[in-house]
Design a protein around this ligand. Structure first.
Ligand code: GLN
Length: 544
């Protein structure tokens, strides 16, 4: 029997609902259950692919090519279960499906309404594409009380009613703020938020209360009393030092025990050795290294969420702490190099991540030049590979006009719009005038690694599969030009048409990839590219 756990949030946003859901799933997994995590997002975009990362954080891409919410990254990192297209839905997607059906005449003349048509579509999504998992954890984005979330809350209320309490559990994540002037933790916002939820017909079974301080037993009793929840089901979620401590911390507060009690499950205690080991390794590094991320979306850390995590995983693998310094690439566009070189002085490695558009691109190319000339380990990701190719072409192949058609028409288009490629057994075609949403090369593609290359030894495999999200592509016709300039295409698509990886054999560690390796890294399975990059950066840092 599949049991559903719905996770809502109240009081304020950014309470770490996604992380909490992922940690609970990890705890259930550690008790031997199979899990699946899903996210319902109440905004109107059909998917987050067209949103600026500085507004909503990074766009997480699944193997099957969906552009999804960054919480799906937490889900994968905590459970190792690969998410799918069917694990994230938005109001925009639900409405566009319902409206398409209406146009087709599928509703046989009915008046289309939020209840039941929209709520039915949401319920169908929640129960779709499952394969007998023990638990489906379904997070509702936003905060209870938002107008946008109403159809989602109504849909989960209905599921609760239809399946009953033995199959459904509602968890509400709230904040217990500390009022400094009064020296007190306040429970009132939680009470209000639960009232709001109750007025929509949902009685939470478990409250997960985020606090910065310890909550006394009597306050928990009070919250329980006012919110109609047993005080054992009022779970304290205090801040922790690093996110990988969350599963153990929540277990110590009884979260998974109460969830199992709710469902009447008498399961053995979870095996948390994996999480204890990871936390221990994060807490006691044997050294440290600073890595500079030279990008454009540096104003919001969540823009580079998976990347930051993957670098931390590389640190876990090498038992070093990885400090990140986010540098706006426009810093490197100044005439006088001495005005910005100091930013990279204590840095063991430079990383240019994924990005879009002309602004800041020249600065990235300049940062790559510094990495190449000063033999600083370099990892380029997606846009960071395209810019690395332009840097080599301009500086070492005499092509000073080398550019990408992403920046407008140009003579030496080393990077160009990809108009046709094969995905599985289907040919995909694109043109300049296509919609921007959902039309990039998305999801997992194979890549063949050249024998004797650095990446071949890093991956220790002949063929790999990595996730993509880009519209432009390095032109394979420049293979020899680049080779003569010291840059080899060490990874290509199986048909040899699309360069996937370039590296510089004359450099201690210079690898740039067209895909996004950060999306597949896990704390218990650090991605080899990040392990290799951090190791090289640490080596460089110890020489500084
Ligand atoms: N803007 C580039 C492209 O569309 C790179 C995208 C990325 O870095 N994710 O190809």
């Amino acid at each position: 029997m599949t049991r559903f756990i719905f996770i809502t949030g109240g009081v304020v946003s950014s309470l770490g609902k996604g992380l909490g859901s992922a940690a609970l799933a990890a705890l259930l997994q550690a008790r031997g259950y199979s899990v699946r995590l899903r996210k319902l997002d109440p905004y109107l975009n059909v998917d987050p692919g067209t949103m600026s990362p500085t507004q909503h954080g990074e766009v997480f891409v699944t193997d099957d090519g969906a552009e999804t919410d960054l919480d799906l990254g937490h889900y994968e990192r905590f459970t190792g279960v690969h998410t799918r297209k069917t694990d994230n839905v938005t109001t925009g997607r639900i409405y566009s499906d319902v409206l398409a059906r209406e146009r087709r005449g599928d509703y046989l003349g009915a008046t289309i309404q939020v209840i039941p048509h929209v709520t039915d579509a949401i319920k169908a999504f929640v129960r779709n594409d499952l394969s007998g998992e023990d638990f489906v954890l379904c997070e509702i984005g936003g905060t209870v009380g938002d107008i946008e979330s109403l159809p989602f809350l109504e849909a989960i209320r209905q599921i609760g009613n239809e399946l009953g309490r033995s199959q459904v559990c509602f968890i509400h994540v709230t904040l217990i703020p500390y009022i400094k002037a009064a020296g007190e933790l306040k429970t009132k916002p939680t009470q209000h938020s639960v009232k709001e939820l109750q007025s929509l017909g949902i009685q939470p079974d478990i409250l997960l209360c985020r606090t910065e301080y310890h909550l006394e037993r009597e306050q928990r009793d009070k919250i329980g009393l006012f919110c109609n929840v047993r005080s054992d089901d009022v779970i304290l979620a205090s801040d922790v030092n690093n996110i990988y401590e969350v599963p153990v911390a929540y277990h110590n507060e009884g979260l998974d025990t109460q969830v199992c009690a709710h469902f009447g499950l008498n399961s053995p205690k979870p095996d948390l050795a994996r999480w204890r080991e990871i936390s221990q390794s994060v807490a006691s590094p044997e050294g440290e290294v600073t890595i500079a991320i030279v990008g454009k979306y540096t104003s919001l850390k969540d823009s580079y969420k998976s990347l930051s995590e993957a670098l931390a995983h590389g640190g876990i693998a090498n038992r070093v702490r990885v400090n990140l310094t986010f540098l706006n690439s426009e810093l490197f566009e100044h005439e006088d190099e001495t005005s910005y070189l100091h930013h990279l002085e204590d840095v063991g490695g430079i990383l240019v991540p994924g990005g879009f558009g002309l602004r800041g691109a020249e600065g990235k190319i300049e940062a790559i030049r510094i990495a190449r000339e000063h033999k600083i380990p370099y990892l380029g990701i997606c846009f960071g590979m395209q810019m690395a190719v332009l840097e080599t072409a301009r500086a070492l192949a005499g092509m000073d006009k080398a550019s990408s058609t992403e920046f407008g028409p140009c003579d030496d288009a080393l990077v160009g719009l990809m108009t046709e490629w094969t995905a599985g057994n289907k040919v995909q075609t694109r043109s300049d005038g296509d919609d921007l949403g959902g039309t990039m090369r998305l999801g997992a593609y194979d890549c063949v690694l050249e024998e004797g290359s650095l990446v071949r030894s890093i991956y220790d495999a002949e063929q790999i599969q990595e996730r993509h999200r880009h519209r432009y592509e390095v032109n394979v016709a420049y293979r020899d030009t680049l080779k003569n300039a010291g840059m080899v295409m060490s990874g290509v698509s199986p048909d040899g048409a699309l360069p996937e990886i370039v590296e510089r054999p004359d450099h201690p560690w210079f690898v740039a990839v067209q895909f996004h390796p950060e999306l597949k890294s896990k704390p218990f399975e650090p991605h080899p590219l990040f392990t290799g990059f951090v190791s090289a950066a640490y080596k460089k840092a110890t020489l500084l």
